[in-house]
Write a protein that binds this ligand. Structure first.
Ligand code: MGD
Ligand code: MGD
Ligand code: SF4
Ligand code: MO
Length: 867
């Protein structure tokens, strides 16, 4: 395999320059480490960098094809100004080229106006595709500016409001992966990790392949037998949006039919033993206010941290402080009884016998009580994992879908234990030389876990108290939401008026997101951008830039510098034992035209606005800079200097930018106590969700204050998980007999790569990338054939057209549409007209959101007919 040394040893003398430059891919947020071959200033090839754990030398098709994005002749190369004041879908903005000076003057003037009037009227939007730069650039600027309205375009509200919320709450991490090195039984609920998309894509692909070869059984619950199921041992076709019903039935079988659960784990690592009063809240100690548990040996209630673990009661009914009290686990056990396999079978369409079998297999595979020696120390060994991501969490029942699935890990004690379901690296003790970066979860006074690191300024837990909203995202009213779709929702005016919010978005900074396409129905979303002054950083003119007032030509990932593409590791770093790798991103060729890095421009704008001190302060916070590397308040730094300080602050004086430019990646070994931290770090996670009830009571009070108590949906504020239907399940019109969903194509990232000619060509070789997948029997029943052009029409009468492709491997009720395709921008000539624009079918309003975490419901009740 190619290494940096080998590659550079083989370079020829025939060229002025011939070098392999280490950097990081960013054609999805995976940030795989790359080696880029620069020959006389031209990028000739991209390969994986084998010395980094971020890919170990592997690239996906997109990573290799990055050259075509770099050299795409349709890239924006100079700043542009709109001349047509009218904005709309398909309306020509009338671009004229302007100088950078003029562009910056316009941006600074607009931003100053809004800053002077009300920083809350600035709206910042970014793309997940360049997640690290987005996080750094938008949040440092928002911090300095005093802005309170940041959203991540279609990201967050599609992929993560539930997954990250529950990943954070239960695993102190962004998301979950099976511990591929030790796992023997993995159940995938709507996730492709290791098989197509998701985090750490290439590294997980190798780990997953090795695990399958070793004999790990992989059961894939998915409406479609696509990338993960195609590689699995078993495909379990599920009715779209019903994952919680399956997971809760499995939990019921484990607890109530088989009696399989890890009592020791539940007592030590969860709140299962905490006593609960009849009002749903914990019974608390009068003196310390700590939650109480029942000490069965002593026959009395004690605070959770003073009772011996072994004598805590998980079951029973007790009298404490004169009232009835039960451990949370007793209440959960009763609650689960409703989810008989027969009942859930009716919801999910999965046979009851299969549900029972999967539960038993999972429970037995977990080997409760067993231990294993790793690095000379004993750890709990629980080689069974249940994981979830975009597919199962993207529904109105987002919160509970994720909770219900993760409950399987909590019940058998496999969460962050050897072989189980791992968060991505929530514990890091840092490089041996410096002890940095360092983070470990901590406990609240109630004993519940707070993440050690997160995407500032947000923390998944503890949630803020619900309050009357004043910001345009209204997140004060939704304390469990990471981001807010209300900026682009059809009913945003209604809700602003309900809460007497006078603020409106006036100016927007967009970093890359193609929100007109990535959020939902384009006409609904477009309304949000018509009357806003938009400063857009982009590399292409796409459907979103059509709404911009000024377009600033950004560099792409192959042309820019960034010190920490994979930090914090909870976002994107292989989970199992192995190596910590900290790669950088650096220019692998000189950029052409007048492209400038987004981060440098944002810093410059902040400086010109007089916010230097605040920008430097925000950077100190973002990179956790420690003396002597902290930025001085009044010095204007070159970006290289900030990067150098960030790297030295983490890795010491000898490991600044110069070192990283040459070496590309810093590696050090992972310790078992970092990876398998659950039995070592004294924190607990909830299996009884008193915390949600508390928020719900606050939400109800605020709603009451505004006279809208009856307009609010409280489904996310119970104490225990349930399956709740999506609007698609509630549509009773018999004409609409199918449920549509989308899934990712392996060779495309969201809407970005559709413009890449190599990837477009690859996608055309796949029957399903650009077509509409319909079950063969369903098509036959409807008299439709392979190749027919059909309409997919929602029960709200929205429709999209495409070519039907039959497949056996899809749920008979399911309609599967790949990628974020169907571009219409004339400035994206390769992408234009390819594939199907699924999101045209999606409603963006409160009724189609998880009312707790504000994730959007992405499935739609549809009918299909010949066009
Ligand atoms: N139908 C459907 N809808 C989806 C999804 C799907 O798979 N299918 N995925 C959903 C999910 S989970 C997400 S996260 C969102 C993603 O939605 P978005 O974040 O909007 O991502 P993209 O659609 O890829 O648009 C990103 C755009 O950023 C620009 N860009 C790329 N690189 C750079 C750069 O280096 N600098 C700058 N300034 N701009 C750049 C490009 O113009 C590109 O088109 O979409 C969601 N919506
Ligand atoms: N190749 C590629 N890689 C990517 C991206 C990309 O666009 N392309 N995008 C990146 C981003 S932004 C994200 S968020 C991640 C997402 O990564 P994943 O979560 O893996 O993404 P999806 O393919 O959207 O969804 C996973 C599976 O869910 C299934 N599914 C849909 N609805 C349901 C349901 O109701 N229940 C169940 N059980 N399954 C369902 C789909 O068929 C699909 O197989 O990938 C990242 N990596
Ligand atoms: S998985 Fe993502 S980051 Fe890795 S090579 Fe592919 S596109 Fe690039
Ligand atoms: Mo995403």
């Amino acid at each position: 395999m190619l290494t940096l040394e080998k590659a550079n040893a083989g370079v020829t003398a025939n060229h002025q320059q011939d070098s392999w430059i280490p950097s990081s891919c960013s054609l999805c947020y995976g940030n795989c480490s790359i080696l880029a071959h620069n020959v006389d200033g031209v990028l000739a090839k991209i390969e994986g960098n084998p010395v980094s754990a971020c890919g170990e030398g592997r690239l996906c098709a997109k990573g290799v094809a990055g050259i075509m994005t770099l050299y795409d002749p349709n890239r924006v190369n100079v700043p542009l100004k709109r001349t047509n004041p009218t904005k709309g879908i398909g309306v020509d903005p009338g671009w004229v080229e302007i100088s950078w000076e003029e562009a910056l003057d316009i941006a600074v003037k607009k931003l100053k106006e809004v800053h002077d009037r009300d920083p809350g009227e600035l709206f910042l939007q970014g793309t997940t595709t360049c997640a690290s730069e987005m996080h750094c650039g938008l949040f440092t600027f928002a911090e300095a500016f005093g802005a309170n309205a940041v959203w991540v375009g279609g990201g967050g509200i599609h992929c993560g409001s539930g997954a990250h919320e529950i990943g954070g709450l239960m695993h102190a991490s962004w998301s979950l992966v099976p511990d591929f090195k030790f796992c023997n039984y993995a159940i995938y609920f709507g996730a492709s990790k290791g098989h197509s998309a998701g985090h750490v894509a290439n590294q997980n692909a190798q780990l997953a392949a090795d695990a399958r070869a070793r004999g790990m059984k992989m059961v894939v619950v998915d409406p479609m037998c696509n990338f993960a199921a195609g590689k699995g041992n078993e495909w379990v076709p599920i009715r779209v949006g019903t994952d919680a019903a399956l997971a809760l039935a499995m939990a019921n079988v484990l607890v109530n039919e088989l009696g399989i659960y890890d009592g020791q784990y539940l007592k030590q690592c969860t709140n299962a033993a905490y006593l609960v009063k009849e009002d749903g809240h914990y019974v608390r100690d009068a003196a310390t206010n700590k939650p109480l548990v029942w000490d069965a040996t002593a026959g009395t209630a004690k605070t959770f941290d003073s009772a011996p673990i072994d004598s805590m009661a998980l079951l029973g009914t007790f009298t404490v402080n004169g009232g009835k009290a039960q451990p949370g686990f007793q209440i959960l056990k009763e609650h689960l009884k409703k989810y008989t396999p027969e009942y859930s079978s009716g919801i999910t369409t999965i046979a009851a016998a299969n549900i029972r079998r999967m539960a038993r297999e999972f429970g037995e595979a977990a080997r409760i009580g067993s231990t294993i020696m790793i690095d000379g120390e004993e750890y709990p060994y629980r080689p069974a994992a249940a994981i979830f991501f975009r597919g199962s969490q993207g529904h109105k029942n987002s919160t509970w879908n994720c909770v219900a699935i993760d409950l399987l890990n909590q019940l058998v004690g496999s969460a962050d234990n050897v072989g189980g379901a791992l968060g991505f690296n929530p514990v890091c003790h840092g490089h041996p030389d410096t002890g940095r970066p360092y983070y470990v979860p901590e406990a609240t006074p109630d004993g519940l876990m707070i993440t050690g690191t997160w995407m500032h300024p947000h923390k998944p837990f503890p949630a803020n108290d619900a309050a009357a909203p004043t910001t345009i995202g209204m997140r004060e009213f939704f304390p469990w939401a990471m981001t807010s779709p209300f900026y682009g929702a059809a009913d945003r005016e209604k809700w602003w008026n309900r809460f007497n919010i006078q603020r409106r978005p006036r100016v927007m900074i967009n970093f890359g997101a193609n929100a007109i396409m990535s959020v939902g129905n384009k006409d609904v979303v477009a309304e949000a951008f018509k009357d806003v002054f938009i400063i857009s950083f982009d590399i292409f003119k796409n459907e979103m830039t059509d709404f911009a007032d000024v377009v600033l030509p950004d560099t792409c990932y192959l042309e820019r510098l960034f010190p920490s593409p994979n930090y914090p590791f909870i976002f994107n770093h292989p989970g199992s034992m192995g190596t910590w790798s900290w790669p950088i991103r650096q220019p692998v060729v000189k950029s052409v035209g007048e492209r400038r890095d987004f981060l440098r421009v944002m810093y410059e704008i902040g400086y010109r606005m007089g916010l230097l001190k605040d920008m430097n302060g925000a950077y100190n916070m973002h990179f956790e800079l420690k003396d002597p590397y902290r930025l001085e308040p009044d010095v204007k730094y070159e970006f290289e200097e900030i990067v150098d300080r960030a790297l030295k602050s983490f890795f010491g004086e000898g490991h600044g930018l110069e070192w990283f430019k040459e070496n590309g990646v810093m590696n050090w070994p992972k310790k078992a106590e970092e990876v398998y931290w659950r039995s070592r770090v004294p924190v607990r996670v909830p299996v009884y969700f008193e915390i949600f009830q508390t928020t719900g009571e606050q939400v109800r009070q605020v709603a009451k204050d505004f006279g809208i108590e009856n307009e609010i949906n409280y489904q996310a504020y119970q104490t225990l998980p349930d399956w709740n239907p999506c609007p698609s399940h509630e549509c009773k019109d018999p004409q609409y007999d199918l449920i549509s969903f989308y899934y990712r194509d392996t060779v495309h990232t969201n809407s970005l790569t559709l413009e890449n000619p190599w990837l477009d060509e690859a996608a055309q070789m796949n029957d399903y990338s650009y077509n509409i997948a319909v079950n063969a029997a369903t098509a036959k029943r409807k008299g439709l054939n392979d190749g027919d052009i059909i309409w997919v029409e929602s029960n709200y009468k929205r429709r999209v057209k495409g070519r039907l492709k039959t497949i056996e491997g899809i749920h008979p009720e399911g309609i599967g549409i790949a990628a974020l395709a169907g571009h219409w921008s004339k400035d994206l000539p390769i992408a234009k007209g390819k594939g199907v624009f699924y999101n045209e079918l999606i409603e963006v309003d409160y009724d189609h959101l998880d009312p707790g975490n504000l994730n959007m419901d992405l499935c739609v009740k549809v009918r299909i007919y010949k066009a």
